[in-house]
Design a protein around this ligand. Sequence first.
Ligand code: GUN
Length: 297
Amino acid sequence: MGEATIIDGKAIALKVRQDVAARVARLTTTTGVKPGLAVVLVGEDAASQVYVRSKGKATREAGMESFEFRMPASSTADEVLARVAELNASDEVNGILVQLPLPDQIDEHHVIDAIDPLKDVDGFHAINTGRLSSGQEAMVPCTPLGCQILLREHLGTDGLKGANAVIVGRSNIVGKPMAQLLLQDHCTVTIAHSRTRDLADVVRRADIVVAAVGRPEMVRGDWIRPGATVIDVGVNRMARDDGKTRLVGDVCFAEGVKVAGAITPVPGGVGPMTIACLLVNTLHAACRQNQVAVPEA
Ligand code: GUN
């Protein structure tokens, strides 16, 4: 068997971003509405700072307004809630994203559930998770939405139908919403995690593997069924011999690429899709709040 197809998330994300930019341009010319995204970053987490910067840049490149709010790590829950209330009330802000993780003194659920569900472009509010699970129109979390787009591009909707999908990881950000999206695409879905018995055997039965556990290179080549489609959500920074760091996924790419039918690289796979989907969600939120249809590209 030859090497796997490398799923080019960067190229697919670029297409999505160009599509969003064209729709935003049309929305603004025809209605005067310019979508706005507010990102709130509490504290100094290095990875979060990098994410927030690239989110702001992508937002502006799509023709949308970007608002950034940095708050000290010592902020109280009330201070963050006051910021959220102000953004909920602002007509210029269509999407609100509070970057996670939050400092320990602040309850994440409390903050997320204070966001207006119509502005919850992360799709983390209980209203949106509930709507997604019950098959109603919802704001869908960006990372799993990006994975779904990659899977549909590679396998087509017929290729997903009836497939055995195994998600490794049960987080609210990826694993749980990913399961809902795969169910909508008619997969048979298993959510495995760190306590799953015989994890390698469970993964070996999968036609589709979505790895989102946050453990560097945990999924080995011999866990993967030959020809399977592998989506690697992991972003793990590893020390190199020369003192620098490199990014690796949750899948050992060098082994996986020899067995899989298709695999996403890290970086350049799921990561760029997450930001592209944030822009999609912001556009949809702006249209919904202004009661206009999403324009054609
Ligand atoms: N931290 C890691 N991923 C995410 C995400 O998708 N949204 C937010 N708000 N924080 C994150």
